[in-house]
Design a protein around this ligand. Structure first.
Ligand code: AMP
Ligand code: GLY
Length: 436
């Protein structure tokens, strides 16, 4: 039995908590900080994901065997190295790469150079800083629109601008490198070729030597129906993705996944954990848009319900470098998740709205994202127990269903989306629309 500490508080972590807690190998299970959903599967600890000192204390106190960072922040900040360099913590299995490996997500310039070294297909690009600002402007002027301008570092999902004309492109570029719009994260900027195609997410789980591929997924990033409006963390997801046929996935494996894992190994970059390949299919060919050093959200909410293996067993195999002994097994059902969000998101929104209707949901998984349990006293005028759960974020609840086909899965999720009530509830009604 392994005592496990999972870090994070989103829908991804709720789905992970659901999956991990089913394992017979799971001992005492904690989530830091978690949400109202994760507390059904384990014990929430009020510790932030970047508070390494407090996480250390918790790991020692609760005799943690496995630490699983859900989001990228602690990985990019070097939680792996922090644990491995501490004699009292180094025995703990970390599901995620070293600080250097996390640079695949933490630095666009690093990942672009890595792909160039290993001939991994991606958009043509150049990188610039304040010193090379004029050259950057000249590069924009001699390129064709649309222009893709990316802050090098983590920018909470806001670091990519797609500009339709060179004036807007230069403006975005200037804001990033000259006015440090994202602080240090935009000291370096990548300007790259625009790729026109269909995006999808592919996940590998690697022990540094071998890997298994998880089912692919597609997320719906824009707030508005028909993929319009502002980018969000993700408004829904489906898995499998109809455009990911065998021929395409063979190319993904041969040209992208294998060279990435071999490249990490050849460069002696320590990497045991998930690699998220943000891909785009252009005229049948796969290109990498981005790497992430973790699972996706909301992709996890459709991938894990299809994974039939014991996740804790996979983690132990990862640590032993024996993932070659494992056969990944997936349900051939289709999974669809619909994200309920707070009115106003991804801009400003209210928190603390009382949520009801959970008991009417039938046949779907509810993966909580921005929710928390509110002390009863605050809601004592409401006469039912379920009034204890209140909204606590922009993305509130992922409703996942499995079906024999996409239509069935979506119908079930939308039916149950109706059951959940809170003021200012919004969801996109067109998840999976282009494949129906
Ligand atoms: P990233 O943070 O790199 O994933 O970029 C965020 C989003 O911007 C992606 O999901 C794409 O929709 C879009 N994007 C990024 N790079 C490109 C590109 N080279 N061509 C077209 N769209 C892109
Ligand atoms: N759904 C995209 C991400 O997790 O980055």
């Amino acid at each position: 039995m392994k005592n496990i500490l999972l870090l994070g508080s989103g829908g991804r972590e709720c789905a992970l908590a659901w999956k991990i807690s089913q394992s017979p190998l799971c001992g005492t299970f904690f989530i830091a900080p978690g949400n109202a959903g994760t507390s059904e599967y384990g014990i929430n600890l009020p510790i932030g994901v970047n508070d390494f000192a407090a996480l250390k204390r918790a790991c020692l106190e609760y005799k943690i065997d496995i630490l699983f960072p859900g989001p990228e922040d602690p990985l990019v900040a070097g939680i792996y190295d922090y644990f491995k360099n501490d004699a009292t913590l180094k025995h703990i299995i970390i599901v995620g790469p070293s600080k250097e490996g996390a640079q695949l997500e933490g630095s666009k310039a690093f990942s672009k150079k890595f792909m160039a070294r290993h001939n991994i297909p991606t958009a043509a690009y150049q990188e610039f800083t304040a010193e090379s600002f004029e050259r950057g402007v000249a590069y924009i002027k001699r390129s064709e629109p649309p222009y893709v301008i990316k802050a090098d570092g983590l920018a909470a999902g806001k670091g990519v601008v797609i500009a339709q004309n060179s004036i807007d492109a230069v403006k975005a570029f200037r804001a990033m490198v000259m006015n440090q719009q994202f602080g240090d994260a935009s000291k370096t900027v990548v300007i790259e070729q625009f790729l026109d195609g269909i995006e999808l997410s592919v996940f590998a789980f690697t022990d540094g030597e071998h890997y298994i591929l998880l089912p692919e997924a597609k997320d719906y990033k824009r707030i508005g129906e028909g993929d319009t409006g502002l980018n969000t963390g993700g408004m829904g997801a489906i898995s499998p993705v109809p455009i990911a046929d065998d021929e395409f996935m063979k190319k993904v494996n041969e040209r992208i996944v294998v060279p990435t894992i071999n490249g990490l190994k050849a460069e002696k970059i320590i990497y045991q954990g998930f690699i998220f390949f943000g891909l785009i299919k252009v005229k049948g060919e796969p290109y990498v848009i981005e790497y992430n050093c973790r699972l996706g959200d909301p992709e996890t909410e459709v991938v894990l319900p299809r994974l039939e293996n014991d996740l804790v067993e996979l983690i132990i195999k990862m640590e032993e470098c024996k993932l070659n002994e494992v056969k990944a097994e997936f349900s051939n059902k289709t999974a669809a998740t619909v994200m309920l969000v707070s009115e106003g998101y991804p801009g400003d929104y209210e928190k603390g709205r009382v949520m009801t209707g959970f008991e009417h949901v039938k046949g779907s998984y509810l993966f909580h994202a921005g929710t928390r349990e509110s002390p009863k006293s605050k809601v004592k005028n409401l006469n039912s127990d379920e009034a204890e759960i209140v909204t606590n974020g922009g993305r509130v609840l992922a409703i996942t269903s499995l079906g024999d086909d996409l239509k069935q899965a979506l119908l079930k999720s939308y039916e149950n989306a109706e059951m959940i009530k809170y003021e200012g509830k919004y969801c996109r009604k067109d998840i999976g629309w282009e494949f129906l």
